[in-house]
Design a binder for this molecule. Structure first.
Ligand code: FSO
Ligand code: SF4
Length: 542
């Protein structure tokens, strides 16, 4: 196997024996094969698009299938078999439609005519042969850009899948996914073509994130400032993790009146701020911290656990209590489908629950774009009279690396006249710190999940408008932590928007070559994090 798609990749270069995440070589091979099959599908879908032939079911299948290949989503080899077969079926149907309309149906790339083996072992062997890298003969910099594109497309697909579940879709998003995947079969593209595709990936991701923002706020309302208890109530309980709001809504509806309290874990924390979710009295509080602490935290949870999206880890110690849904999978874990969480509820009722109430304080959520913009006047005044000197967006994913303590130290050391905006699971390093306020404006503002990066971008754009300057001219610095492929897509969006001076850590992606990095540094002044003291001094004394 070879996989280098996430930040914790082995030795900073690539997982080759088994994934640091727990991904087995068979699963890596099946994911590679699924992507191979999807490239073949994309060739015909791209032709179909040119002729106005759209197959919405195929589009939805495609983003969901890609979502299964993201880090920490699906570790269950058996789940890839139907996906690979369905992909080829969709390809053949599209091929027929394109042929009937007089379009091009002859492609030399092996992915266009790939036929899946009859069984799992055969598929694994096929996957080992196709591998991850598209064109071994291509120069290293082109391979690097191809990988950035694939990982960016994975991020877009995750957002597009979330958005389409709530009824928000756009042809341009699907069309780009096909365009990008099909491009990977083209050996004639030069460096500039690949740079163009990578930036277009950022542009399309902005649209995908906009759709998701519209989906979440349209269905559940704009988040409002909300105090979330970190303790618990005596009684039966369910813990929900991942990012999917519709799954949470279904769970809340199905648990109402059953004497079960629902708690969030990890990236589900910001959901407490949505009016249509917080209305449920039994939607009580937040339990635990970020994804990489789940083994310890889940093992101690006295109820059922539902994993809706990434990031799942090996659940051996609580196998009977955990359930997956959507694209998530782990061999042997019960998978519940179609929003029917009966088995999860049954398990929660059979488990002891919390014996007594415990107060562990609280945190505030709900500072997404609508809330922040509603106090824009106050914020602008505070900047103009010097009460707020600088904004930091300290956002991104968390992970297990020691170097990630940089982010908590950065927030602790940020001067009193600065405001910290945060999003995604990296916030758990400092989410419960009491940073106080500046004239009633909290110094720590939780914008939401990594899925809410659009909201943070909108806040920055609104501030730039108010100050009649560009985003790069604002007293705002982005201090980002990355882990997996959604973060790659967000980073590409920020580059597409021309955002400069981003500080990125805890380490730079293994799939970026020195030359590609050089282009990023020259054009966007992107830089690796150093130490909190050094970076704070450099930013504030500029
Ligand atoms: Fe974290 Fe995992 Fe949200 Fe990521 S839970 S690490 S970018 O998958 O999704 O922030
Ligand atoms: Fe390794 Fe990350 Fe790939 Fe898992 S997802 S196999 S940890 S690079």
């Amino acid at each position: 196997m070879f996989c280098n798609q996430c930040e914790q990749t082995a030795k900073g270069t690539g997982c080759t024996v088994v994934g640091v995440c727990g991904k087995k070589p068979e699963v890596a091979a099946l994911q590679d094969l699924l992507l191979h099959a999807l490239k073949g599908l994309a060739l015909y879908a791209g032709e179909g698009n040119k002729l106005g032939i759209i197959d919405r079911e195929m589009d939805r299948f495609t983003v969901g299938a890609i979502f299964t290949t993201l880090t920490n989503v699906n570790f269950d080899a058996t789940r890839f078999v139907p996906l690979i077969n369905q992909c080829v079926q969709y390809r053949e149907v599209m091929k027929e439609k394109v042929a009937a309309a007089g379009g091009q149906v002859s492609f030399a790339d092996p992915s266009a005519s790939f036929q899946p083996a009859a069984d799992l072992d055969g598929l694994v062997k096929q996957g080992e042969e196709v591998g991850l890298v598209n064109d071994h003969d291509a120069p290293a910099d082109i391979q690097s850009l191809q990988q950035i594109l694939v990982y960016g497309i994975k991020g877009i697909s995750a957002y597009a899948d979330h958005a389409r579940i709530l009824g928000q879709e756009d042809d341009v998003v699907y069309a780009f996914i096909y365009e990008g995947l099909a491009a990977l079969t083209n050996k004639d593209l030069g460096l500039n073509d690949w740079v163009g595709l990578v930036l277009k990936c950022g542009e399309i991701n902005l649209r995908a994130m906009e759709l998701l923002d519209a989906a979440n706020t349209g269905k559940f309302g704009h988040p409002v400032p909300t105090e979330v208890p970190l303790g618990h109530k005596a009684g039966k309980c369910i813990l929900i993790s991942g990012h999917d709001l519709q799954d949470l809504a279904n769970l809340l509806e199905q648990t109402e009146g059953k004497g079960i309290y629902v708690y969030t874990h990890g990236e589900m924390l910001p959901t407490h701020g949505y009016p249509e979710l917080k209305k449920y009295k039994h939607f009580y509080g937040h339990y635990g911290t970020a994804w990489q602490n789940q083994k310890k935290e889940f093992a101690a949870f006295p109820g059922a656990i539902l994993m809706t999206t990434n990031c799942i880890q090996d659940p051996q110690a609580y196998m009977d209590n955990i359930f997956t849904t959507g694209m998530v999978g782990w061999p042997g874990v019960q998978h519940v489908q179609n929003g029917d969480f009966g088995p999860v509820i049954e398990r929660a009722l059979a488990m002891p629950g919390f014996a007594e109430d415990e107060d562990k304080g609280s945190v505030m959520v709900g500072f997404a774009r609508n809330t922040v913009m509603s106090v824009a006047g106050k914020v602008i005044e505070a900047v103009e009279n010097g009460d707020i000197k600088h904004f930091f967006l300290v956002g991104g994913c968390d992970g297990a690396k020691v170097g990630r303590s940089y982010y908590s130290e950065f927030v602790e050391k940020a001067p009193q006249d600065t405001v910290i905006l945060t999003l995604a699971c990296g916030k758990f390093r400092f989410f419960d710190k009491k940073l106080g306020d500046i004239g009633g404006i909290p110094r720590l503002l939780d914008v939401g999940q990594c899925n809410d990066a659009y909201s943070a971008i909108q806040i920055a754009v609104a501030l730039a408008d108010a100050f009649e300057c560009g985003v790069n001219d604002l007293p705002l610095s982005l201090i980002l932590s990355w882990y997996e492929q959604k973060a790659v897509a967000i980073l590409l969006t920020l580059l597409y928007l021309g955002i400069k001076d981003i500080r990125l850590g805890p380490s730079l992606p293994a799939f970026i070559t020195p030359n590609v990095l050089d282009v990023l540094v020259k054009n966007f002044n992107i830089k690796p994090i150093t130490t909190p003291d050094e970076d704070l001094a450099a930013i504030l004394n500029k």
